[in-house]
Write a protein that binds this ligand. Sequence first.
Ligand SMILES: [Zn+2]
Length: 63
Amino acid sequence: MFIHGDSFPEPLVVPTMKDVKLDPSEESTYECFDCGTVVVSATAPGSCPNCGADMRNRSTPLE
Ligand SMILES: [Zn+2]
């Protein structure tokens, strides 16, 4: 027995990737220890282009 007449609303499929800005998987953000210069690079800059100090990966989750 099928009862027609009621149109069930289709469940809305909401795309989960609307405006999600995750960290790019290829690039990381590095911040200078000394002067605070931020470099976004796919490879570790190693030293600050501004002052030559060590840089750290800022995208690494730090608790
Ligand atoms: Zn620096």
